[in-house]
Design a protein around this ligand. Structure first.
Ligand SMILES: O=CCCC(=O)O
Length: 485
């Protein structure tokens, strides 16, 4: 790996109860740089026994952590935030090496990740209760909020830092303690965050990182009666299993799962603005973002003009390569099966009659690089209409009118992010109301923000992260009935 300013941030260990540890078995995970295929190092491959230790540590640390004042917890979270920004370049370098996203984008993710710590530090001091008029004159009803307890957080490879802070920031602010299972592709971002958490003053046992065997660690978290909440970002398939497993001890659960985001361009839209939004909504992290557009629905009267402008922007703005090189803004896909999936969706679309306007093949650089691809005349018979591609394929589906667009947009089991462009105020409200999605970007292709409630409906998940709603997910409501006699 290229040199870090502070080499200690490269932590090839798990972090349990304030100690840096190896797996009992000595087993390790070899972490590959998706741009080169080379190893960037190993972390321990933990399993059940070490996870049980982490849960026990989190449980032991809970009374003291929830016993701090909100201000004390907020101060520690703010310190953690500041340290992340202080080490932004190194954290970005680690992320680019293990995840592939270009350095500038990785630095952007570090800032985004830190913003959750700031947001939840501020929200920690606003965990309000309420009083309610009672049924009897002698009684008082008081509602309080308490931390749910120990949290198991399972996080994905596509946002190796932000998905940890979005969960752990909220949990710690609420007074919970956390065991994080990071993705095996990107554990070094997680362990670097643990080091900074320790330096910020997060007490031992409050924040633990357990890289390792995913199914075994998930089973250990869901089988433990000490764990009171599971929070997961990843596939709908795994989310469904976790939800079933979490039912054993009726654990609270938040799930941020797959999507099939539509991006609708109406004929009254500002097409240049729509293309700018399309670039952002499609190509962030090379298309490997759960809120990336999967289907561009464009009104027939403007479909040619939109495709022309979109192709020009893609040709002139997208530079594919190793994310550590200057000027690169499309890195590699995470692995060869991701490349195979994009290829499969492109071939399937072309075989079913789509017109290939740009790309359509792996990039000449080879490895996990794929050329940004644009196809038009996509139809509902194609795989890209129903499955999340999770790569740099932009598929344009023409539609006739507003009713048609809404029906096409909602014709999916998913309901995470959606986008549309229109300058007609009446249409803006009608379409925003009609879209069956947890998030709607209107005349914008970027919707992610610590202050906003992020999450989906239908098969895209349960619960919200970020916003004040994100904190609620880690709180229990308790009602006190006081009889004054
Ligand atoms: O891919 C999941 C999260 C992306 C985001 O927070 O914008």
């Amino acid at each position: 790996m290229q040199a870090l300013k502070e080499t200690q941030l490269y932590c090839p260990f798990a972090y349990i109860d304030g100690s840096w540890v190896a797996a009992d078995s000595g087993e390790q995970i070899d972490v590959l740089n998706p741009a080169t295929g080379e190893s960037m190092g190993n972390v321990p491959r933990l399993g059940r026994v070490e996870t049980e230790r982490a849960i026990a540590a989190a449980d032991a640390a809970l009374p003291a952590w929830k016993g701090l004042t909100a201000q004390e917890r907020a101060d520690i979270l703010m310190k953690w935030h500041d340290l992340m920004l202080e080490h932004q370049d190194d954290l970005a370098m680690i992320m680019t090496h293990e995840q592939g996203k270009p350095l500038k984008e990785a630095a952007g993710e570090i800032a985004y990740a830190a913003s959750f710590l700031r947001w939840f530090a501020e929200e920690a001091r606003r965990i309000y209760g309420e009083t309610v008029p009672a049924a009897k004159p002698s009684q008082r009803i008081v509602v309080t909020k308490q931390p749910v307890g120990v949290v198991g957080a399972i996080t994905p490879w596509n946002f190796p830092a932000a998905m940890i802070t979005r969960k752990a920031g909220a949990a710690l602010a609420a007074g919970c303690t956390v065991v994080v299972k990071p993705a095996s592709q990107t554990p070094f971002s997680a362990t670097a965050l643990a080091l900074l958490a320790e330096r910020a003053g997060v007490p031992r046992g409050v924040f633990n990182v357990v890289p390792g065997r995913a199914a075994e660690i998930a089973a250990t978290l869901t089988e433990s009666p000490l764990v009171r909440k599971i929070t997961f970002t990843g596939s709908t398939e795994v989310g469904r299993q976790l939800m079933a497993q979490a039912s054993q001890h009726i654990q609270k659960i938040s799930l941020e799962l797959g999507g099939n985001a539509p991006f609708i361009v109406f004929e009254d839209a500002d097409l240049d603005a729509a293309v700018e939004g399309a670039m952002a909504a499609k190509f962030r992290n090379a298309g490997q973002t759960c809120v990336c557009t999967n289907r561009f629905l464009v009104q027939s009267s403007v479909v040619n003009a939109f495709c022309e402008k979109f192709a020009v922007a893609m040709n002139s703005e997208l530079k594919v390569g190793n994310g550590t090189e200057a000027g690169i803004n499309i890195g590699p896909l995470i692995d060869d099966s991701a490349v195979a999936k994009v290829s499969e969706h492109v071939h399937d679309a072309v075989d079913h009659g789509a017109e290939l306007l740009l790309g359509g093949h792996p990039h000449p650089l080879g490895g996990n690089f794929f050329t940004p691809t644009l196809v038009s005349f996509a139809t509902s018979s194609m795989k890209v209409a129903h499955e999340e591609t999770f790569g740099p394929l932009a598929a344009v589906f023409p539609f006739d009118d507003e009713e048609d667009a809404i029906a096409m947009a909602n014709d999916t089991e998913y309901g995470l992010a959606s986008y549309f462009y229109s300058r007609d105020l009446g249409r803006v409200w009608r379409v925003a109301d009609a879209l069956e999605y947890g998030m709607v970007g209107i005349n914008t292709g970027l919707i992610s923000n610590a202050a906003a409630p992020f999450g989906g409906v239908k098969a895209s998940g349960l619960g919200r992260e970020g916003g004040h709603q994100g904190l609620e997910e880690f709180l229990e409501t308790k009602y006190l009935c006081i009889d004054l006699g």
